[in-house]
Design a protein around this ligand. Structure first.
Ligand SMILES: Cc1cc2nc3c(=O)[nH]c(=O)nc-3n(C[C@H](O)[C@H](O)[C@H](O)COP(=O)(O)O)c2cc1C
Length: 299
């Protein structure tokens, strides 16, 4: 898949036609998940479940922004074993599936949820694994105007028809810093040094979907490495924050790897000088990895 192109074409769709997603497309998606889906932690056990229209009513109250569940003909539910990085891994996997759907001309929208038990109960899921990610998908109901959500806060999400096409997102200059957090001086020259690779990857990261479009993260470039940093955010729940981190990591990584070979992310603490509330998530060396390794080298 050409991730750069798919990432630019993806958008959250909240109005779907009644047209059923063909069985062959559902089978393609299942086969893709089983054989080719991109994972951050391949060793973590996960399972993908697919529900039809019946899930729409069942999920009311258990998923979606305050009093607004995206009604769609199909829903994807990702289950995972419990692990400190389970939701970051889930963000990575589900975003890969969403981009696969984009490749198949099928529209989608991420869905928030608060409690795995509520979703399991609503959908009658009997599994030792926990619900870690949800998405709605189907065929977009085309309209001259697009349903847009205005995010004031989680409890104040207004739905209105707007002519705007994409949610406004952070620019690269507001997403990536050089040497110290907040420093943009010489950033353009540094990015230029890595030629198209760094610019394209950061651009892809800037287009990542995130909970309430908060984009509560950023990148720090220093000493030939890149670190993903979580920014403090009042509105993010821990689950949505981690899913959004997994998604942005996916966008950056899958585009960068096209140019630079395998990126090896190292998770855990790192002594960086960051403002209050900011947290180091993972660091990877830029350029070719000296050896093949699983993407997440260590926790
Ligand atoms: C973890 C997560 C949960 C989300 N939950 C919902 C949701 O419940 N309902 C909804 O309409 N959009 C939801 N979204 C979609 C975001 O609102 C959307 O990604 C953001 O507004 C940016 O718009 P875009 O995806 O079109 O670029 C969610 C996104 C993420 C990453």
């Amino acid at each position: 898949m050409n991730y750069s192109v798919l990432i630019q074409n993806r958008k959250s769709v909240r109005a779907f036609t009644d047209k059923k997603v063909p069985t062959v497309a559902l089978e393609d998606l299942k086969a893709y998940y089983q054989t080719a889906v991109k994972r951050l932690l391949p060793e973590l056990q996960t399972e993908l479940l697919n529900f039809g229209l019946e899930a729409r009513e069942a999920l009311e109250g258990a998923a979606g922004y305050h009093q607004f569940l995206v009604g769609a003909p199909q829903y994807l539910v990702l289950l995972s074993e419990v692990h400190p990085l389970a939701h970051i891994n889930a963000g990575y996997i589900m975003e890969d599936l969403i981009l696969k759907l984009t490749d198949m001309d099928i529209a989608s929208c991420w869905l928030t949820f608060t409690r795995s038990q509520d979703v399991k109960k609503a959908l009658g899921i009997d599994s030792h694994l926990e619900v870690v990610a949800l998405a709605a998908f189907g065929f977009e109901r085309k309209s001259a105007k697009r349903l847009k959500l205005n995010f004031n806060s989680m409890s104040q999400v207004d739905i209105s028809a707007k002519h705007r096409y994409m949610e406004p997102k952070r620019s690269i200059a507001d997403l990536a810093f050089l040497d110290t957090w907040g420093n943009c001086q010489n950033l353009q020259e540094y990015i230029g040094f890595y030629d198209d690779m760094l610019w394209e990857s950061l651009y892809a990261a800037s287009l990542a979907p995130s909970y309430l479009n908060r984009q509560a993260y950023g990148f720090l470039l220093r000493n030939g490495s890149i670190s993903l940093i979580s920014r403090p955010d009042l509105y993010n729940t821990p689950i949505d924050r981690d899913l959004s981190l997994g998604i942005v990591l996916h966008h950056f990584t899958e585009v960068a790897q096209h140019w630079a070979g395998k990126l090896c992310w190292q998770f855990g603490d790192m002594p960086l000088e960051l403002p209050n509330g900011h947290r180091h998530i993972a660091t990877a060396a830029l350029g070719h990895c000296s050896q093949y390794c699983t993407t997440a080298c260590k926790f």
